[in-house]
Design a protein around this ligand. Structure first.
Ligand code: BTN
Length: 242
């Protein structure tokens, strides 16, 4: 495993992208940073994290996906990997909030940003960016954020945690194709607020209550509305209000 540890960088995802473009890369190359000056979150948001306290890492995975239909399976497998490792530290009440936020109770522990680059030969290189709040204790202005320390009350070694997550992702990636049913099943078993009435907001700002029924294999959220009809939404089309 090739691990590159950086002190400060704009974004570990961007750094890894640059490495790929320079052709200097090995499958499962891991980049970690003590601090990111321009960390990227889902849908154009920013990801901020206190220096030296948390896990900010990117992992390169190649030769797993060869078509875009399986991208959401990969996404689910990565989220399950992170959640399963956290469970092994006895972090309580973990779940995955669609599509891939990592939760403890109703608070967010971390998030995942996967960027897929389709190469000329049709193969896909994935850059898995993981931001996990580990030893940070203060989340001023972020009422729904928490950390492993805040849940467990003990400090966690960041290198141990990073290695465990990479090993788990490697395992799932190498077994993705014969574990698709299991991945889908586990993802649903661990899905935040599945089967419970929850508040949502659509793209036009309409707020409504609905029940999460399912997530399709292409990553759409399927909810049941108050009139009992079903509707499916892509990530950019709906947000869950906490
Ligand atoms: C989210 O919005 O929940 C996803 C956050 C992903 C943040 C991580 S931190 C390491 C990697 N580098 C980035 O710039 N972003 C991801």
């Amino acid at each position: 495993m090739n691990i590159i540890k950086l002190d400060a960088i704009d974004s570990t995802n961007e750094y890894l992208k640059q490495l790929i473009s320079n052709k200097l890369h090995q499958n499962y190359t891991v980049v970690t940073a003590n601090f990111q000056t321009n960390g990227k979150g889902q849908m154009g948001s920013t990801w901020s994290s206190e220096a030296g306290k948390n896990l900010t890492m990117s992992i390169l995975v190649q030769d797993v996906l060869n078509n875009s239909q399986d991208m959401f399976y990969f996404n689910m497998a990565v989220a399950l990997s992170v959640q399963e490792v956290l469970k092994s530290y006895d972090v309580s009440n973990t779940s995955i909030k669609w599509p891939n936020d990592i939760m403890s109770g109703k608070n967010k522990l971390g998030g995942i940003l996967i960027e897929n680059l389709i190469k000329q030969d049709g193969t896909i290189s994935s850059i898995i960016g993981i931001g996990l709040n580990v030893n940070q204790t203060n989340f001023d202005g972020l009422p729904n954020a928490t950390s492993v320390f805040n849940v467990l009350g003990t400090t966690i070694d960041l290198d141990d945690l990073m290695l465990k997550i990479v090993v788990k992702i490697q395992y799932y990636s190498q077994n993705l194709f014969h574990q698709k049913r299991e991945i889908l099943e586990k993802y649903h078993q661990n899905l935040f607020r599945i089967g419970m009435p929850s508040a949502f907001e659509d793209q036009s700002g309409n707020r409504f209550m609905a029940i999460i029924k399912n997530v399709s294999t292409d990553g759409k959220l399927i909810i049941q509305l108050e009139d009992d009809s079903f509707k499916s939404f892509g990530v950019k089309e709906i947000k869950m209000l906490l």
